[in-house]
Design a protein around this ligand. Structure first.
Ligand code: CP3
Length: 373
């Protein structure tokens, strides 16, 4: 891709319509003939073509993220599978680098000097994303130019608590939040300062992605499952609200919370869509909240990884039925596992694309000549 294509794509970036607008319609809680489908972590390691691009690039992961041409190329890979939305190839940890807390991937994320004291928090820099993360807006524009209004592109960010947990632990929190909990107990005000700083940064960071042309954004609260209800209410929920309030409805927001029961609180944030886990019942969620938010989810990523094709069909059909093609976005409970067979992913997407609702098949039956016999 040349600098000319970057220039052309700048004009396109402002357009928000797509020929395949299933996702945008579902985000407006409209009825769709079938739900739009995409997968969390679709631009990644389950895909042999991703490994091929990575091998060709021969770059460290953080360098791959900051390389606009490769980032756009990887973002576009899932298009050949028939997904209804793309998600930009970046990482939730990207904005921590210009704050002064740079992560490298060896292979998991590592931060040389974790953020643990009041001084560390005060030293985190406020930055202008359009200057510090110029490569990211370039990757968005290159992707949009290539996709040429066919599909919507999602931007995203880590939710403040998830970012704080990575910054404080200095690595993936895994099942432990030792240092984060220590700060929660010894100096909750310092943790709140960090969360507020991260929330305000995240709002600017998402606005920057929206200005570059993404059609919707997702906020990932990926460590929510490690929190008690009281911790979730004190340290996670208020900062979802703080981010979403600042976005002023510039683009639809999907709030992803990993395996927690707090749908009511999620709806209260003002998010346009909530992404739910396998611990949540999609049909009940639809009935309780479907008039206020679109709902994304929630086929079990373990079934996609280990199930037979028939089991995947059954889980996908059950999910589509529960979502009722009414403001429902088909996705997993969480990110796709790296060892998920490629054919399972293709089968999951095709099962959705071939879905014919009961209503539609009844109509077809009524209008077919055989039905009059
Ligand atoms: O397809 C997509 O979802 C878009 C790209 C994307 C990546 N990271 C690329 C990536 C997205 C949305 C993320 C978000 C992300 N990053 C989250 C939240 C998402 C979630 O599933 O909850 C988190 C917690 C991270 C942090 C992170 N990045 C970890 C812990 C790791 C290493 C282990 C892992 O899960 O892969 C990464 C690396 C990373 N980010 C890879 C990719 C494709 C793996 C790359 C590789 O090893 O080649």
């Amino acid at each position: 891709m040349t600098s000319t294509t970057i220039g052309n794509s700048m004009n396109q970036a402002t357009a928000s319509t797509c020929r395949n607008d299933l996702l945008l319609r579902a985000l407006r809680r409209e009825k769709t003939p079938r739900p739009p489908v995409w997968l969390m972590r679709q631009a990644g390691r389950f895909d042999p073509d991703y490994h091929a691009v990575k091998a060709e690039a021969n770059l460290e992961l953080e360098e791959l993220f900051s390389h606009p041409e490769y980032a756009a190329k990887i973002t576009l890979l899932p298009k050949r599978l028939g997904v209804d939305a793309l998600i930009i190839f970046q990482d939730i940890l990207t904005p921590l680098t210009p704050m002064g807390a740079p992560f490298v991937f060896r292979p998991g994320p590592v931060l040389e000097k974790p953020i643990r004291s009041r001084t560390d928090i005060a030293d985190l820099k406020i930055f202008d994303p359009s200057v510090a993360l110029d490569f990211f807006s370039k990757a968005i524009r290159l992707t949009l130019a290539e996709v040429d209004h066919e599909l919507p592109l999602l931007g995203f960010a880590g939710a403040p608590f998830t970012l704080a947990a990575f910054a404080i632990e200095g690595k993936s929190p895994g099942r432990e939040l030792n240092h984060t909990r220590a700060l929660m107990q010894s100096d909750p005000a310092a943790l709140h300062d960090l969360l507020a700083k991260l929330a305000d940064m995240t709002a600017e960071y998402l606005k920057f992605q929206i200005a570059a042309g993404v059609h919707a954004v997702q906020l990932f609260e990926s460590v929510a499952d490690l929190l008690s209800p009281a911790e979730y209410q004190a340290f996670a929920h208020p900062y979802h609200q703080r981010v979403i309030n600042q976005l002023n409805a510039d683009a639809p927001v999907i709030l992803f919370i990993k395996e927690q029961p707090f749908l009511e609180l999620m709806v209260e944030t003002g998010a346009n869509a909530i992404s739910i886990g396998r611990c949540n019942d999609l049909g009940l969620a639809q009935r309780a909240y479907g008039s206020k938010v679109a709902i994304q989810g929630n086929v079990d990523n373990e079934i996609l990884r280990g199930g037979t094709l028939d089991e995947i069909t059954a889980a996908t059909h059950a999910c589509i039925q529960a979502g009722n093609c009414n403001g429902h976005i088909l996705n997993l409970n969480h990110g796709i596992f790296r060892d998920t067979p490629f054919e399972n992913v293709v089968h999951f997407i095709n099962t959705c694309r071939n879905w014919v609702s009961n209503e539609e098949s009844a109509e077809n039956l009524a209008s077919s000549p055989h039905s009059k016999m």
